[in-house]
Design a protein around this ligand. Structure first.
Ligand code: SAM
Length: 241
């Protein structure tokens, strides 16, 4: 298991500390390192479910809230609840909510995605963007997504993946493994965080392998959409009715 700081100890604690440390630079680094493409990925991930009737949504590992706000804008649910373990990331999400005057629509809560505090069969849509790879036990997190979804409810997981094609793959690896950690380290001042990012992507299942994890949890109607030559992939599934 890849952990941000030390090879031993709780991944959950280390990941939380890491996001607390980089929270104040997270949004800037996301846009800068992806040249703004991360915003397009979040929108594109929601495009295939735009026609679905969604009233209550749970956005897991919501961080500073950008996916939660995109969901609200694109799908217009009555309510979005975002949960995360990093208090500092949540503080930024809450401050954006106040600035946009969205307090009645979006709520950010401190909660572990592997032990959700919500009742079963509650949500129409459960999402997670760039979060599942960071879970200590991704299978447990996916089982929780399944539990809290209503029968017929949808799951959307957006995550980094590995691009196909020799040249693209080489270019991506060079940028992701060599350039990105240097810029990330300089801007965030956290030596490990942007080394952990490519390492965690390299070992995390993607494509059919990740889809199989959703299938094992019980999801049906599985689908996936690759983005930017497969640098990221959106995965879709439904809880059987
Ligand atoms: C890369 S950020 C993604 C934030 C946001 N979804 C986005 O699209 O920018 C990953 C987030 O996952 C959160 N996280 C990791 N493990 C978690 C867990 N078990 N429960 C709740 N949040 C978790 C981290 O605190 C961090 O804010």
């Amino acid at each position: 298991m890849i952990r941000p700081y030390s090879e031993t100890g709780s991944k959950k604690e280390q990941v939380t500390t890491m996001f607390d440390n980089i929270a104040y630079r997270y949004d800037f680094l996301n846009s800068f390192l992806s040249v703004g493409i991360d915003r397009r990925w979040r929108k594109k991930a929601l495009q295939p479910i735009r026609q679905e009737k969604v009233e209550i949504t749970l956005d897991l590992a919501c961080g500073t809230g950008d996916f939660s706000f995109t969901i609200l804008k694109m799908l217009k649910p009555l309510q979005v609840i975002g949960v995360d373990l990093s208090e500092k990331m949540l503080e930024i999400a809450q401050s954006k909510t106040r600035k946009m005057k969205l307090q009645e629509k979006v709520h950010f809560i401190h909660c572990d995605c592997e032990n959700l505090i919500f009742d079963s069969n509650k949500f129409d849509l459960v999402t997670v963007a760039f979060g599942v790879r960071n879970f200590e036990n991704p299978d447990k997190g996916i089982a929780e997504m399944f539990r809290v979804l209503k029968p017929g409810g949808i799951v959307v997981v957006l995550e980094f993946s590995k691009p196909k094609g020799a040249l693209r793959s080489k270019l991506f690896k060079f940028y992701f493994n060599r350039i990105l950690p240097i810029i990330g380290r300089m801007v965030s001042k956290d030596i490990s965080a942007y080394r952990y990012l490519p390492e965690s992507v390299n070992v995390f299942p993607s494509g059919k392998e990740f889809q199989a994890m959703l299938e094992t949890a019980g999801f049906v109607d599985l689908n996936m959409v690759q983005m930017t030559f497969g640098v990221a992939t959106a995965y879709y599934g439904r809880k059987p009715r």
